[in-house]
Design a protein around this ligand. Sequence first.
Ligand code: PLP
Length: 281
Amino acid sequence: MSRIAYVNGAYVPLRSASISIQDRGFQFADSIYEVWAIRDGRMFDTDGHMTRLQRSLAELRITPPMNEATLMVVMRETMRRNRVTDGIVYVQVSRGAANRDHVFPAANTKPTLIVTAKNLDRAAISKRAASGIKVISASETRWQRRDIKSVNLLPNVLARQAAKERGAFEAWFVDENNLVTEGTSSSAWIVDADGVLRTRELSFDILHGITRGAVLKLAQERQMKVEERPFTMEEAKRAREAFITAASNAATAVVEIDGVAVGDGKPGPVTEALRAAYLGA
Ligand code: PLP
């Protein structure tokens, strides 16, 4: 089945889908994106991702290309045309195409909107969660507004590639104070040596993970001891458990950090309980 993309008002075969070489997303990364997970045909955290999309647009002063309800119709239609039941739907909005100039183009420049959807290998994702993943550390080289889901992803790409080359799945960025910020495409968590569930507090330093928010709520509802407080890599290596959260991986255990086993080197009970609660299992 050939895949279909939505590009600026039309559903087109992915192979021939194109945008201008003058697009500001391409030329300046003047663009934002959002990703929703779909499992068993159900879209997860629908409102949270939509709210973050609107917030990212507002922070960059990009005009929303359509209202939320219409965008949701386009997203569902893109999912339908690609027969997506277990995967992701991806939305990217740039400030549009204009003669190359750093300053914003004329106010009537139309933002570029693309929507794609694809199935992911569900068996591989479940297998990854069952065995846990390895992470490596990467120095925090990104800009200072990581709360905006912008496509400024070059440092993330380089760190993720380094992880792959070292046999790991993810890299955790470490800031100038030796504290973990987050993963290249996930939020970072530990259950520390005292049994406290910890993840960094919300600020400009990290993307406000929608899955992070949902899992935090589930932990609080279960009366777990939770602290939104950063941790060092050393604390993570000594932790009882570590895990990541992200739309496409829910909560997935980290069993090794920079070559050091976390806990007994297997996914731990807190991670497993939160994963099951989040997936509604
Ligand atoms: N942090 C970064 C840098 C990300 O790119 C992502 C997701 O792609 C996350 C955290 C997790 O966010 P969410 O749970 O909204 O998918």
